[in-house]
Ligand binder design. Structure first.
Ligand code: URA
Length: 440
């Protein structure tokens, strides 16, 4: 087989066979296919697309490029969750312990922040002492004991994706549905859970800016998951506005604990409950309505919060900060952002707000830059809220006035204040199951 011939075939809109895709993925990971040929292939895929069958075969070849985690040492059905990335998206910290408190099982490997979007591993590492790199045996025993453990992704999970993602990033080929779907699903298949809940974000802070594209991506990923024998459901949720009021690592942990104790903001609580009820549904805990009631009950009786504290203690973390957020290390500098007119907040550019959080120190400027866990933002007014000129609409937290000033400028650019109250937008736009899309 020659890579030249496969590139030519795809360039003319042809369909690659399972054998050709596997040969290509294995050759690329082994260093036998050079980056310049793989770049040409990625661009050919970007223009010509892939059939559902090709996307599934590509995903399976990528999942097989490294370790496949065997979770059979953990009793019960395991459910995984994946978000396509957002700003202020801390839902894993909320729905994973809810599912565990209701008898589900979550053995989850999470990632770090990417660009303007945050990552669960960074948030968990804001908890003093919490270890995200633990042995497989310890991971399994924590899930068996607490129903949940969240750790960092091991280095050899879908190495083909790691290499391909880095190449896509520099060849303008990230935004192709077959490539995003195979990237995400190869890691989910390799991570070994029986069921997968996908949270596909749409809006200004998401990869998929339109609802139709988000639904198309969700359908592709659900088909891959089901084709590989995993029960898979996707929710399409809003990322036009940041989720919740807090952005930044320890700020988001504190806000998640507020939700688990029944006093979190409405949007974050609702999206987390919708995700949790679907995860419980996938592992067979009842109808969606029954699962919703169980999830709500686990917040009301404190069991979800205590489950999270137990997992944190077992992973070496100090749960005192979960019970009292003022015990988190605090930022040295605070900057207040004030409204510059009377009116309503009619738009919030979530991507720009995510960039402001990176400038404050909550995300990475480069792959290896350190994170300031105390840095971030608290939003006092959000989309649809009425404001008066000079009202404080957000507070920024950082370690220097220079960072604070740059982020303040970005924040002002991200906010639009208009005179008309804007329409209410849904938090969840659609639910995608095998062969079924329900729009809300
Ligand atoms: N997240 C991933 O893991 N891969 C993509 O291609 C996009 C988002």
């Amino acid at each position: 087989m020659r890579m030249y011939d496969l590139i030519t075939k795809k360039k003319h809109g042809g369909t690659l066979t399972a054998e050709e895709l596997r040969w290509m993925v294995e050759g690329y990971v082994a260093g036998e296919i050079p980056d310049y040929q793989m770049s040409a292939m990625l661009m050919a895929i970007w223009f010509s697309g892939m059939t559902a069958q090709e996307t599934t075969e590509l995903t399976i070849a990528m999942a097989d490029s490294g370790d496949r985690v065997d979770l059979s040492a953990i009793a019960g059905k395991k459910v995984d969750k994946h978000s396509t990335g957002g700003v202020g998206d801390k839902t894993t910290l909320i729905c994973a312990p809810i599912v565990a408190a209701c008898g589900g099982c979550v053995a989850k490997m999470s990632g770090r922040g990417l660009g303007h979007t945050g990552g669960t591993v960074d948030k968990l590492e804001a908890i003093p002492g919490y270890e995200t790199a633990i042995s497989r045996e310890k991971f399994f025993s924590i899930v068996n004991e607490c129903g949940v453990s969240v750790i960092g992704q091991s280095g050899n999970l879908a190495p083909a994706d790691k290499k391909l993602y880095a190449l896509r990033d520099v060849t303008a080929t990230v935004d192709a549905i077959p490539l995003i779907a195979s990237s995400i699903m190869s890691k989910k298949l390799a991570a070994g859970s029986d069921c997968i809940l996908l949270d596909v974000k749409t809006g200004s802070g998401a990869f998929m800016k339109t609802l139709d594209d988000a639904i198309a991506l969700a359908q592709t990923m659900v088909a891959i998951g089901e084709g590989a024998g995993r029960r898979t459901v996707a929710l399409i949720t809003d990322m036009d506005t940041p989720l919740g009021l807090g952005i930044g690592n320890s700020i988001e942990v504190a806000e998640s604990m507020d939700v688990l104790r029944g006093k979190g903001p409405h949007d974050l609580t609702e999206v987390s409950l919708r995700l949790a009820e679907n995860m419980l549904y996938l592992v067979g805990k009842g109808t969606i309505e029954e699962c919703r009631r169980m999830a709500e009950q686990s917040i009301a009786d404190g069991s979800a919060f205590e489950t999270f504290c137990m997992m944190v203690r077992r992973q070496g973390g100090d749960d005192a900060v979960l019970r009292d957020a003022s015990k988190f290390p605090q930022a040295a500098v605070q900057v207040e952002i004030r409204a510059n007119a009377d009116g309503y907040i009619t738009a919030m550019d979530a991507e720009k707000i995510g960039e402001a959080s990176v400038v404050l120190g909550a995300g990475r400027e480069t792959k290896d830059s350190p994170i300031d866990f105390a840095a971030g933002l608290i939003l006092h007014k959000k989309y649809g809220d009425a404001v008066k000129a000079d009202d404080v609409i957000a507070t920024l937290y950082t370690d220097s006035t220079q960072r604070g000033d740059s982020a303040a400028q970005l924040y002002h650019e991200a906010i639009t204040i208009g005179t008309e109250e804007p329409p209410v937008r849904p938090l969840v736009y659609a639910r995608v199951e095998k062969d079924k899309v329900v729009r809300y």
